[in-house]
Design a protein around this ligand. Sequence first.
Ligand code: UDX
Length: 445
Amino acid sequence: MKIAVVGTGYVGLVTGTCFAEVGIDVTCIDIDQKKIDNLHKGILPIYEPGLEEMVSRNVAANRLHFSTNIAEAIQGCDVAFIAVGTPPGEDGSADLKYVLAVARSIGENINNYCVIVTKSTVPVGTAAKVHKEIADALAKRSADIEFDVASNPEFLKEGAAIDDFLKPDRIVVGISSERAEEVMSRLYKPFLLNGHPIIFMDIPSAEMTKYAANSMLATKISFMNDIANLCEIMGADVNMVRKGIGSDARIGTKFIYPGIGYGGSCFPKDVKALIKTASENGYQMQVLQAVEGVNEAQKEVLFSKVKKHFGNDLKGKKMAIWGLSFKPKTDDMREAPSLVIIEKLLAEGCTVSAYDPVAMPEAKHSLGDSITYAKDQFDALVDADALLVVTEWPEFRSPSFDVVGRLLKQKVIFDGRNIYDPAEMKEAGFAYHCIGIRTAHHEPA
Ligand code: UDX
């Protein structure tokens, strides 16, 4: 099979590379010449564990190609994925201009039957617009070429994207013809060896599935954050409550960890977009509105704890921050809670010294010189008044607390990810603040 993947962002690059990995001839296309030049040199626009090696292996095997020329790359393709960005507009709805421009250009250039698949997360109804765009372009050329559109939402987690792609829990494909179903079954066959299903459905349902999945997960998180905050007030321990409810198979143990709010490129954007789509169609998503409100507030919880601990005068205090990316194993800073926390600390006159294993170059784009970037996690602590754990990178989980205590000016830790044991912290003489876990009786008065 031969396929094209348009858009070499996160989704496009992982998708294209993983298809090449199973032997399919793939061309990844982008209008950004610099990006394509870099990819030819093996320089990737994103960090994802294992991806760089996989790209170079498949380029060397001549199965993975990069190009800016969509007209040429699309020739003879069985499938073309549209994986370009859908940035949120002012009002929160996904901007489809890139998706539709690619659709048009595919219509202007295909020379044989092709399934055109939307892979970007797009609102319900987008595939119909893509179909129209292609049909119009073909009509203009007076070309009598058959095509189908399909919707194939992705469920990749950053930091685990390759595994998620190669061993998916499920693949969802919205189709409107048997021919498209046959092509998509053939394409995905190598990934279904573990017995997990490919679920075919109508196109609007496939488009809705992506939003419903992410919104449900975001709901779990906001719900647990609310419970954690209430636990603190009522003297309960959210770790206990989490275990207590998670053992009910209907609730499950995953995605019920409280923290400092969800971030990233998907949850915030998708929750907003679904609220918007619903309201445009005369329906209020009341649960999701609350999910979003709770999340915005939760991003400020760690800062509130800092303020409560030190009193109102934070001016001149130095805060050490471990972790900047919205979650571990990625350099993605989009909607990262760290940005909110840092902004609040700086506004109070604090200085901030931060360390992140991979996200510091990315963080510099938005934070610039407003903070100092430490050379390692311990360097960040020197003479700081407190440590704030913001992202739960594995290397932060078990530091030498002797060293941490010696480097800090005051032995205070604000843990936004609940990675330490309150009893151990008490033993080591730290004032330890975390999210919804009972620490009052462990804490020095
Ligand atoms: C998510 C979905 O998991 C994925 O299926 C979809 O395709 C894209 O969005 P991703 O954004 O990469 O993936 O991150 P994920 O690992 O799901 O975490 C999202 C956010 O939720 C992070 O900010 C994380 O810290 C937070 N989170 C997650 C919690 O606060 N508690 C949890 O229990 C789980």
